[in-house]
Ligand binder design. Structure first.
Ligand code: ADP
Ligand code: MG
Length: 271
């Protein structure tokens, strides 16, 4: 596996490149990748905003936020033009890593947005005030291809698609790519697929290696060289409400996300 150079320090910050973490399948590592890639980029001196765009609020919980105690969330920023995202953003324990939290309130947005003018562009508008303050914004999408996902894709410059290394990994990806192409065509011509990320890789099994080979056959250079191994340290870090780069800083799982951060910068997909 090639190594990638340590990203050079940045002299100034922003405007952000916005990346949506997207796969309509649940449990593939979207939230884990958003938290840990974000933490690794912050460790490299980037200013990073994580947007929790799943009503389950797993990203917020994974960063130590109690979603039931939130007065305002991304939902309010979407639905009320007078609520500035900057007033809702919270700091995390990691320097340079902020979060726009969510809770179950967001589940109402999908229905309520249907009647809005330019309903696909509401998140893009909501992020406009904050995106100059950050180098990277990562949006943790919910497992669906509904209006919230379309909002994330419309706000984004790039998409990262995490795929779990298991037999049915590629099932549904054609539909996701079709959705991305429709958004490119109708709403957001700048959108590109930044990469496909193999997660929960178990190098001891032929099966994991076969899945990665099949994904590379299908997507070629789009597949990140960095592969995220399967380890219980990830769920453990979630319980501890810390990124793995903090919870188990020297563990291979932390190193993998640091490498992904370096690869993303080396590809020109992040500052
Ligand atoms: P998604 O957001 O796509 O639903 P998550 O990131 O929440 O997926 O991951 C689903 C579950 O798998 C979580 O319990 C998480 O801790 C665990 N997990 C994620 N990545 C890994 C990994 N590389 N190794 C082992 N477990 C993982
Ligand atoms: Mg998730």
């Amino acid at each position: 596996m090639p190594d990638f150079p340590q990203p050079p320090p940045l002299a100034s910050h922003g405007p952000a490149r916005i990346i949506a973490m997207c796969n309509q399948k649940g449990g593939v590592g979207k939230t884990t990748t958003t938290i840990n890639l974000g933490a690794a980029l912050a460790e490299a001196g980037r200013r990073v905003l994580l947007v929790d765009f799943d009503p389950q609020g797993a990203l917020s919980v994974g960063l130590g936020i109690n979603p039931h105690e939130l007065e305002t969330t991304v939902y309010n920023v979407l639905m009320d033009r007078s609520v500035d995202a900057r007033a809702v953003v919270q700091r995390t324990a990691v320097a340079g890593l902020d979060v726009l939290p969510a809770n179950i309130d967001l589940s109402a947005a999908e229905v309520q947005l249907v009647g809005e003018v330019a309903r696909e562009m509401v998140l893009a508008r909501a992020l406009r005030t904050v995106s100059d303050d950050y180098d990277v914004v990562l949006i943790d999408c919910q497992p669906s291809l509904g209006l919230l996902a379309v909002n994330a894709l419309t706000a984004a410059h790039g998409v990262i698609i995490p795929l779990e290394c298991e037999f049915f990994a590629l099932r549904g990806v054609a539909l996701l790519v079709e959705t991305i192409e429709k958004v490119q065509d109708r709403l957001n011509p700048r959108l590109e697929i930044d990469g496909i990320l193999a997660t929960m890789y178990d190098g001891r099994t032929l099966h994991s290696r076969e899945v990665v080979a099949r994904v590379v056959d299908a997507f070629g250079d789009l597949v990140f060289h960095t592969v995220i191994g399967r380890t219980v340290k990830f769920p453990d870090a979630t319980v501890a409400a810390e990124p793995i780069t903090v919870y188990a800083s020297t563990h291979a799982g932390a190193e993998a996300y640091r490498q992904l951060a370096r690869e993303l910068v080396a590809r020109g997909d992040a500052a």
